[in-house]
Design a protein around this ligand. Structure first.
Ligand code: NDP
Length: 282
């Protein structure tokens, strides 16, 4: 039977560690502040923002909330970001994505001071990751590395296939696995004969955005399978990119959905907020 990687327990452990660190920083007179900007009323985004604020409260991070109307202009948003960039009492700035269609996401991300880019989406953060410099790392892929390490799953020397090449998951995921000395292949929608490629993987990371697409025929026996996907199936139940029922019997370890990668994203956002103090000191 496969080891079920418990993202809920691991994320709680990380949050407890951060809470202690934040308490110690407070005792030295250092308070951490995260500014969260939400534009519009997308219900899923509202839930994400609420959960991020709750996590801040739990850990002892001050959160400032900015809610802009769906009709706000890009200029208004950029001006708010500029104000927050200038404020010395703000350590992290997070703009909840997606933005309304009339706003250019990349332009907004580029407006955030890279030293406050706790989502790790700024080109400078991505560039730092790719050449091995310190900087913020995108939260979901950073969470996957924590899941592997804290489950004592070796990465060095392993063959890793990442399915998906998005800027926020697939690409940083591949760079992080490379940093951990895995041999990494990135697959995408134009990859020929995907199952024969993924069957070579010791560690398979699915960030493909297609419910239950990764079935048993994609898996090498004994592989570690990490499922980044989050969807609702026909019965409105949460599921991932991996068909858990057919894959689990084949692999040595697997993340469930829910309770695998999902809880790690906010834990790593909190980690980045705490790291921001160090990054801003430099
Ligand atoms: P995107 O839609 O941005 O990227 C999906 C990637 O998968 C693309 O690179 C695409 O290739 C590739 N792809 C699509 N279809 C296929 C296919 N048939 N074969 C091979 N590759 C394919 O998604 P994200 O990276 O943003 O997210 C991926 C998943 O992770 C989603 O389910 C999302 O909900 C989830 N997610 C979960 C998070 C969490 O906290 N757990 C956080 C972020 C995302 P191409 O580039 O060629 O189009």
């Amino acid at each position: 039977m496969a080891q079920i990687i418990d993202g809920k327990a691991i994320s709680s452990q990380i949050k407890e560690e951060l809470k202690t660190k934040v308490g110690a920083l407070k005792a030295q007179g250092v308070e951490i502040t995260l500014a969260v900007i939400l534009v519009g009323e997308d219900p899923a985004s509202q839930v994400y923002v609420r959960n991020k604020k709750k996590a801040c409260e739990y850990i002892g991070i001050r959160s400032l909330s900015y809610e802009l109307e769906e009709t706000a202009t890009e200029r208004q948003l950029l001006e708010l970001i500029e104000q927050l960039n200038r404020r010395e009492d703000v350590n992290g700035i997070l703009v909840q994505l997606p933005l309304p269609k009339h706003m250019e996401e990349q332009k907004v991300i580029r407006a955030i001071d890279p030293k406050k880019d706790v989502d790790g989406f700024h080109p400078q953060s991505v560039g730092a990751l790719s050449i091995g410099l310190p900087g913020f790392v995108s939260c979901t892929p950073a969470g996957v590395i924590q899941l592997l390490k804290r489950s004592a799953i070796p990465i060095e020397g392993k063959r890793c296939v990442v399915v998906g090449r998005s800027n926020i998951v697939g690409k940083p995921m591949a760079l992080l696995m490379l940093r951990e000395n895995a041999t990494v292949t990135i697959a995408h929608s134009k990859t020929a004969d995907l199952p024969s490629l993924t069957r070579q993987a010791d560690i398979l990371i699915a960030a493909v955005g297609k419910p239950k697409m990764i079935t048993a025929e994609y898996i090498k026996e004994g592989a570690v399978v990490i499922d980044v996907g989050i969807h609702r199936d026909a019965a409105n139940k949460l599921c991932g990119d991996v068909d858990f029922a057919s894959v689990e019997p084949l692999c040595s370890a697997i993340t469930p959905v829910p309770g695998g990668v999902g809880p790690m994203t906010i834990a790593m956002l909190m980690y980045n907020c705490v790291e921001s103090v160090k990054i801003q000191e430099k």
